[in-house]
Design a binder for this molecule. Structure first.
Ligand code: PTJ
Length: 253
């Protein structure tokens, strides 16, 4: 049997990449980075990705380019990191933060100071500079409980916030605070997608490197504001849903 020496997963399995992500999440759960609910959330994402075709479609790439443009033109951009993101692609998060000069904030739906510290250390191992994590000192608008906690010097005062796999209430609160919200969520009809300024319907381990690639291309490029002006979120979402519907209708039964 063909085995990959790094992760012990049979590399000849047709769903190898998916198995690798599952293992990263399971390992993240055992290490205390991921909550059990995160495993369920990932399963829902896998289902949408299956229908999407497990690749970044043209509509996603358009949003990823707009996301890069928004991050590059931000005054104070923040990338929000939860347990799943930290388990799946901490390296890609740190790489993007460096390219667009964004602050990283560990921001959790299921809040705990201990888990925030673990995630911060995981990000620091990848080279994250001064990520915000423990002891948040503010609340998102309208969310006075643990799930509303955030940092004054991070999400609270940011103008552009990138969120991945985010709860709908928290995403709505960010939109109500009049921030530019960039979401990464495979569900094209989630509340997070619905209230996001730039909704990216793509798998997060593909989305982060795609945004970084565009940001590298667009750095010092004067077309950034034109990209943002011409971005049409409804068109992108319509194309995404049409793509999914076409795929569902084209399967041989
Ligand atoms: O670490 P915490 O405490 O902040 O908790 C994180 C979770 C993910 C548990 C929390 O944010 C949550 O409950 O999220 P939801 O409301 O279940 O939303 C997750 C969304 O992300 C769903 O719409 C999924 O389809 C989508 N999703 C799951 N895995 C991926 C994904 N989207 C992109 N890439 C993925 N790998």
């Amino acid at each position: 049997m063909a085995m990959n020496s790094d992760d012990g997963i049979d590399s000849s399995h047709p769903r190898y990449s998916s198995l690798v992500l599952r293992k990263k999440l399971a390992d993240g759960f055992k290490a205390g980075l991921v909550v059990p609910e995160g495993l369920i959330a990932h399963g829902r994402g896998e289902m949408f990705d299956y229908i999407l075709g497990e690749k970044s479609i043209e509509a996603s790439i358009v949003s990823e380019r707009a996301a890069a443009a928004a991050l590059l033109s931000a005054r104070s951009p923040v990338i929000s990191v939860n347990g799943n993101v930290a388990a799946l692609c901490p390296d890609a998060v740190v790489a993007l933060a460096e390219i667009v000069e964004a602050r990283i904030e560990v921001n959790l739906f299921h809040w705990s100071n201990e888990r925030a510290a673990l995630i911060r250390k995981r990000l620091e191992r990848e080279g994250a500079k001064d990520p915000l994590a423990e002891n948040p000192d503010r609340y998102l608008k309208g969310l006075k409980r643990d799930r509303g906690r955030c940092h004054k010097d991070g999400i609270y005062s940011a103008d552009v916030v990138l969120i991945a796999l985010e709860d709908g209430d928290r995403a709505s609160a960010l939109a109500e605070m009049e921030k530019t919200v960039i979401s990464i969520d495979l569900n094209p009809i989630s509340r997070t997608t619905a209230c996001s300024t730039i909704p990216i319907v793509d798998e997060l381990t593909r989305a982060f490197p795609n945004i970084s690639k565009s940001a590298t291309e667009l750095k010092n490029d004067s077309s950034v504001s034109d990209i943002l002006k011409s971005y049409d979120r409804e068109k992108v979402l319509r194309e995404t849903i049409d793509h999914m519907a076409d795929r569902l209708n084209s399967f041989d039964l």
